[in-house]
Ligand binder design. Structure first.
Ligand code: C2E
Ligand code: CA
Ligand code: CA
Length: 255
């Protein structure tokens, strides 16, 4: 609680790229910056925050940060051709009706277009409570937010539900991407997910792309969006701004 009150949390950004290796989007990833400057990754505190309920105030802080940064960057984002910023929403948040109220309140206060934000919800969260999830998704969708299923392939979601969710994007879990080159089963799963997403009219993003060979396989199988260390690690907001400035310059040169 003290760390939230002291604003010790900040957002890193990891770009998502298209087939031309241009940044089209970026995912906000929380970091705990301790007073001594040490950067603590979310794996060490998100699950604890989930269990203790602290994810609710933390999630609110993350939303506010993401909206503030987007307000600062909006003109640069437009010039660079960035269509959205992704925000992770944890399972506990997504079944909290106050979260829905908070996000709608904060976005209206900011005067930003909700379509500038994609909410990433893990597949595991989605299958935990299907009816409520559909209801919350529909409300957020009506308000203009975009919706993505994160870690897709890990949560046993039924295809019937998938059709009922008002989704824009699927993100293939990095555990499958990891071994697409070596492991035939993973390759089969990934190519099937891509095909299915295309047939459902959804964008599909491969996460955790680390090697050129993985990228090659994904491209051959029709994947159009990529995220991973091969392209960029998550970077502090100031560095993300530099990446966007570089992209604006190369867009100007291309004209
Ligand atoms: P995630 O949403 O699946 O995020 C992807 C994680 O994979 C990130 O770790 C990212 O740094 C890492 N990653 C990206 N590309 C690669 C790659 O090529 N190779 C490898 N090995 N890893 C890669 P990070 O930032 O430590 O986040 C871990 C998890 O913490 C996230 O998984 C997400 O579930 C959660 N998280 C992060 N930020 C937030 C947040 O703001 N709110 C909530 N509720 N959860 C968050
Ligand atoms: Ca994510
Ligand atoms: Ca993921």
């Amino acid at each position: 609680i003290k760390a939230i009150d002291n604003h010790e949390f900040d957002l890193y950004y990891q770009p998502k790229y298209n087939l031309d290796r241009e940044i089209v989007s970026a995912e906000a990833l929380v970091r705990w910056i301790e007073p001594n400057g040490e950067v603590i990754p979310p794996v060490t505190f998100i699950s604890i925050a989930e269990e203790s309920g602290l994810i609710i105030p933390l999630g609110e802080e993350i939303l506010k940060l993401a909206f503030q940064y987007a307000q600062q960057d909006i003109s640069l984002m437009q010039r660079a051709g960035i269509r959205d910023i992704a925000i992770n929403v944890s399972p506990r948040q997504f079944t909290d009706s106050d979260f829905i109220k908070t996000i709608i309140y904060e976005i209206s206060k900011s005067e930003l277009d909700p379509g500038l934000f994609t909410l990433e919800i893990t597949e595991e969260a989605v299958v935990r409570n299907v009816d409520e999830t559909i209801e919350f998704m529909n409300i957020l969708k009506r308000h203009g937010f975009k919706l993505s299923i994160d870690d897709f392939g890990t949560g046993y979601s039924s295809l019937r539900y998938l059709k009922e969710f008002p989704l824009d994007e699927l993100k293939i879990d990095q555990s499958f991407v990891n071994e697409i080159v070596e492991n035939k089963d993973d390759a089969a799963i990934v190519s099937s997910i891509i095909l299915m997403a295309q047939n459902l009219g959804l964008d599909v993003v491969a996460e955790g792309v680390e090697k050129e060979q993985q990228l090659k396989f994904l491209k051959l199988n029709g994947c159009e969006y990529f995220q991973g260390y091969l392209f960029s690690r998550p970077v502090p907001h100031s560095e993300f701004v530099e990446l966007l400035q570089d992209q604006v310059k190369s867009r100007i040169r291309a004209v």
